[in-house]
Each structure stands twice: as structure tokens, then as C-alpha cells.
Design a protein around this ligand. Structure first.
Ligand SMILES: [Zn+2]
Length: 183
């Protein structure tokens, strides 16, 4: 993949892009219907029987974006993949015409082995976008306020993850980075 020069975007910028989409689509119920988000962004969705280590791809041809996602992965993984590819489309469609994602389970590591620094920046940005689209701030805050939330409680994390239909790991990191907790 040929990349143009990458200018890292701030978390605030990415969060704003994600929140604009969420508010445009008037998403107020959980879990966020990520397939609808992708379609409303003008993207096509196609399930593929990729081999195990490919989670998803985004291909942009003549302005039309198509997301392929690995149908063999679990639902929460497929949801995250679709959200991640939406992130590439929203943030990076001028950078490249194809993105291929392998092993998104390494998603919160700051370094992905074998990837260039520029590619790592893009992957992190797409993951940040995915986290804010699947777990929008206003809805997360509402759910956290409903319960006496305890970051140390596996059950609390699991329940919230179930409500948002994301992995417990994704929920844990989202909350940790949210600034929503008072210590
Ligand atoms: Zn990616």
C-alpha cells in the first residue's frame, strides 16, 4: 500500500468526527447499529470468508468505499472491524485506496510488529474512531451513571460491554481513556 505523508490527528479531532456522525444519525439506542452507520456513510458491506488473520478490508474505488469483513469472527469482533474500517474511510480516504487489517485483536497495543510507524498511526486512529462510534460518550456516561460503576469489577465491565455489544477489553480501555471516571 502506498501511503501519502501521514499527519497524525488528535484524539479530540477523531472523537469529534465520530460524534458528528453519531449525532447526524441521531443514534440514541444501544447497541449502536454499526452496519447502519456504515451504510449511512455511503459504504457497502460484504462478508468474506477470509483466512483467520485477516479481520477486514476497506477498498475505495472511484469514491465508492466497500468494507469486507471476516464472517468467521465473533459478532463483537465483526462489529469492531466494521467500525474500524469506517474510521479509515472517514479519516484516511485520501491516504490510500486500500486498507487491510490483520489481527485487530492487538488493537490497543501501541506498537504493531511489522507495521511502519505511519501505518501504526493510521491503525491507532481507526481504533480510536471505532471506540467512539461504538461507545459514544453521551450514551456511555448515561450507562455509567445508572450503576455504581467500579472499574475493578469484571462484572460491571462485562455488563457494560454486553449493553454496547463490544468486547470487555474494548470497553475497559474505552472507559479508562474516557475521562468519565472520578477518582
Ligand atoms: Zn486498519
Amino acid at each position: 500500500m502506498m501511503l501519502k505523508r501521514v499527519h497524525p490527528q488528535t484524539i479530540q479531532t477523531i472523537r469529534k468526527r465520530a460524534e458528528e456522525i453519531i449525532s447526524e444519525l441521531q443514534i440514541n439506542t444501544l447497541p449502536v447499529k454499526i452496519e447502519d452507520v456504515a451504510k449511512k456513510m455511503g459504504l457497502r458491506l460484504t462478508p468474506f470468508a477470509f483466512d483467520d488473520n485477516i479481520s477486514g478490508v476497506l477498498v475505495i474505488e472511484e469514491g465508492q468505499g466497500t468494507i469486507g469483513y471476516n464472517q468467521n469472527e465473533s459478532r463483537v469482533r465483526r462489529r469492531f472491524t466494521i467500525a474500524h474500517e469506517c474510521g479509515h474511510y472517514c479519516l484516511h480516504k485520501d491516504q490510500a485506496s486500500m486498507f487491510m487489517d490483520k489481527g485487530l485483536k492487538a488493537l490497543f497495543r501501541s506498537t504493531h510488529s511489522g507495521l511502519t510507524e505511519d501505518t501504526q498511526v493510521l491503525e491507532r486512529e481507526a481504533n480510536t474512531f471505532a471506540a467512539y462510534v461504538l461507545m459514544p460518550d453521551h450514551l456511555l456516561k448515561k450507562e455509567i451513571d445508572k450503576i455504581d460503576f467500579d472499574l475493578g469489577s469484571e462484572d460491571d465491565i462485562k455488563n457494560l460491554a454486553r449493553t454496547f455489544d463490544v468486547s470487555s477489553q474494548a470497553m475497559y480501555y474505552r472507559i479508562l481513556n474516557s475521562g468519565l471516571l472520578r477518582f
